[in-house]
Design a binder for this molecule. Structure first.
Ligand SMILES: N[C@@H](CCC(=O)N[C@@H](CS)C(=O)NCC(=O)O)C(=O)O
Length: 303
């Protein structure tokens, strides 16, 4: 099995979600530390423009977005499953709730307190990523975000009063997903104090935190690029014959997140299933790369 390489950074909450799944499944993995802001010259050649973190690389195949990374990990390492007792629908719904609601209630609460020490380059980078929004204004949203954050945490606390994990007796994707926003709060003591008021939540937090990150070995970014250059993409051509939009193999498309960081990745379609779109690109210096994206959360348009 070629190296499973996670492009990440230590303080990235979405990477932490994946690190918990890697730990649970006892997967050996390599960590490439990438910059927190643009430019990311040793990431973008692998992704074709996608700048978010984390990204999973195996050889010359690259999975962009935690939804598709999780799907690949579950396919490669089905046991133990992150969907115990067939609870995939519940896990997916909770994952989306945590990523798109709980997580965004944490950022104003944390950055309100850190505003004075956050470098101007970070504010500019995130403002550009949010296309037009001024990231420095995030503190204005803190009062409502605090209300919502506490409401989310209280739901989790009540759930965890009677059971060790969010869906019962076993760790699942729901735990990895809800863990990462609470873990992010720990970056700022007064933000984390909101979570610390909930004892059941904190017992669960300590339990999941203690799982660690699994068997990780660091890797230099240049080594990851060399691996991509020396490999051929392993993606096997497969197009859903009943694609509702008539996508055909080899068609040139742009794939773009539908929420933020709207950097299109352009390539020729190799895989289009109900859940996934994968496109092939010729990357100068690296050769053929296939980028995999989930259908949910992305737009696919002719390019
Ligand atoms: N929907 C994406 C969200 C990823 C995301 O927003 N990651 C943050 C870091 S935790 C990010 O990329 N921020 C901008 C950056 O690091 O350049 C996923 O699930 O992978």
């Amino acid at each position: 099995m070629p190296d499973l390489i996670l492009h990440q950074y230590v303080n990235s909450p979405f990477s932490e979600k994946i690190r918990k799944i890697l730990a649970y499944k006892k997967i050996n993995w390599r960590a490439v530390e990438q910059p927190v802001i643009m430019p990311k010259p040793k990431l973008v050649p692998l992704t074709g423009g996608y700048r978010r973190i984390p990204v999973l690389q195996i050889g010359a195949d690259v999975w962009c977005d935690t939804a598709i990374i999780i799907r690949k990990l579950e396919e490669l390492y089905p046991e133990p499953s992150i969907y115990p007792h067939g609870m995939e629908t519940a896990c997916q719904a909770i994952n989306m709730w945590a990523d798109r609601r709980i997580f965004w209630s944490t950022t104003p609460v944390i950055f309100e307190k850190l505003a004075a020490v956050v470098p101007k380059e970070f504010i500019e980078d995130r403002s550009k990523m949010m296309r037009g929004a001024n990231f420095a204004d995030i503190a204005l949203a803190a009062p409502d975000a605090r209300n919502q954050l506490r409401a989310f945490l209280e739901i989790l606390d009540r759930t965890l009063a009677a059971q060790p994990f969010i869906l019962g007796s076993t760790f699942s994707l729901a735990d990895a997903a809800c863990f990462h926003p609470v873990w992010f709060l720990r970056a700022e003591p007064s933000a984390f104090s909101h979570a610390q008021k909930f004892p059941n939540l904190m017992r669960w937090f300590d339990r999941v935190d203690a799982m660690g990150h699994g068997a990780m070995t660091p890797m230099e970014p240049d080594d990851a690029l060399r691996i991509a250059k020396d490999a051929e993409p392993a993606a096997v051509k497969s197009i859903d014959a009943s694609d509702p939009n008539g996508i055909k193999p080899g068609v040139r498309v742009a794939v773009t997140p539908d929420d933020y960081a709207f950097d299109p990745v352009v390539g020729l379609v190799v895989v289009s299933s109900i859940q996934e779109i994968a496109i092939e690109r010729e990357e100068p210096g690296l050769g053929r790369i296939v980028n995999h994206f989930p259908k949910i959360g992305f737009r696919v348009s002719a390019a």
